[in-house]
Ligand binder design. Structure first.
Ligand code: AOS
Ligand code: ZN
Ligand code: ZN
Length: 388
């Protein structure tokens, strides 16, 4: 048996959730470039996500965003997804694009606004009941721009109360997942800026409340793998929003800006048991494809995660532990780097073929004619928000 055969079962179980908004047009505040073939409906986004899964075997579910993906019949949408070979995954709430939320949502001083925001989350839970989704993911744009603008303590208290009201309606098989982000759109303070705040809030709620770690939501230089380790250790790592950042919340293809960081994160995931389905960690992408083609962008992304997972799984743990315990600084580092520098691509290509998948999913997509077909068929694609 090769080392690769040893890790194949874990790779076969890997599932990465795609965000519906990655298939829509997105952009910056300067310009939104449209892409031929952009989906016009939620169903077309799901169909595109299913193509990624068919070519990679890696992406069996797609996350929706309410209201961007609002439909009349969610159970029907779930059936449509199943027909395409994927499932509806996480439901993302949205309390950041309506005028009423100018000064906050779940933290707002006005009870009427808080009520509107809470009701929106209850609507999301109803969607989840209809689609069979497990996770309600909450990212809040709440915060302030100027010192003194608001009472930060009061906002934190109101957040706790609002979340408790939502959590009370979360079903026995469902989870509330709270995402943190250190700034943007608020630039002085954000109400859930870091993992510590997210942890404190979800810990107060209960067992089925967990944290979402978006890799783009940290200050430059942050040791993200440390946070991964800590949240796994505490049993509170609910999900990842994977993407790459160079400057702020850039939402670029995961593993593109800093492949080594993605490797280090996956090493801690493996170390902490996060790949075990029982750990319940949802591996999602939260990306926008502003200038590159969207479906190949998603294919590239899931392959990047798979490659770094394979390298992390190949890490020689016994040698690493021996070097660590012997105080062998450079020896331990070398063991880690040996795994990082292992080129797993040929082994993965052969393994894919052995499972009836294309050896090169990027090339298979290019040759499939799907892009030409949707470009011809779909005119006037929808614009996803870039608030991701
Ligand atoms: C915002 O920056 C976040 O990354 C969120 O995950 C957001 O809810 C999602 O991208 C949809 O907008
Ligand atoms: Zn995110
Ligand atoms: Zn983001």
């Amino acid at each position: 048996m090769t080392a690769f055969d040893d890790i194949a079962p874990q790779l076969a179980a890997q599932a990465i959730e795609l965000p519906s908004w990655a298939f829509g047009n997105s952009g910056t505040r300067f310009k939104v470039f449209s892409t031929p073939g952009t989906p016009r409906t939620v169903e077309e986004k799901v169909a595109d996500a299913a193509v990624v899964h068919r070519l990679t075997g890696l992406a069996p579910s797609v996350a929706l965003h309410i209201p961007w993906d609002r439909v009349d019949d969610y159970a029907g949408l779930a059936r449509y997804a199943a027909d395409q070979g994927v499932a509806v995954g996480t439901i993302n709430s949205n309390t950041f694009q309506d005028d009423v939320y100018k000064f906050g949502s779940l933290t707002h001083t006005d009870p009427a606004v808080r009520r509107t925001a809470i009701e929106h989350h209850l609507e999301c839970l109803e969607v989840m009941d209809a689609t069979g989704s497990r996770d309600l993911k909450i990212w809040l744009a709440d915060g302030t721009n100027y010192a003194g603008q608001q009472d930060m303590r009061g906002r934190q208290d109101r957040l706790a109360e609002s979340l408790a009201e939502i959590y009370a309606q979360v079903g026995a098989e469902q989870r509330l997942v709270l995402e943190y982000k250190f700034f943007e759109p608020a630039f002085y303070h954000t109400d859930v800026p870091d993992w510590g705040t997210a942890y404190a809030q979800v810990a107060a709620l209960g067992e089925r409340a967990v944290v979402c770690l978006d890799t783009g939501h940290h200050a430059p230089g942050t040791n993200i793998e440390f946070i991964v380790m800590q949240l796994l250790r505490l049993g509170k790592l609910g999900s990842f929003d994977f993407n790459s950042r160079n400057y702020a919340d850039d939402d670029l293809i995961v593993g593109a800006a800093d492949p080594f960081q993605l490797f280090r994160i996956m090493v801690e995931v493996v170390r902490g048991g996060g790949l075990d389905p029982a750990a319940g960690v949802a591996f999602m992408l939260d990306q926008c494809h502003n200038v590159e083609e969207k479906i190949p962008g998603q294919i590239r992304s899931v392959l990047n995660v798979q490659e770094m997972t394979a390298r992390a799984l190949l890490l020689d743990r016994a040698s690493l532990t021996a070097a660590q315990e012997a105080g062998d600084v450079l020896g331990a580092h070398q063991v880690l780097m040996d795994a990082f520098y292992t080129d797993v691509r040929p082994a993965l290509a052969a393994w894919r073929e052995s499972r009836g998948l294309p050896a090169d999913p990027m090339a298979a997509y290019a040759a499939s004619g799907y892009q030409q077909r949707i470009s011809a068929e779909r005119v006037g694609g929808t614009q996803a928000s870039w608030a991701s």
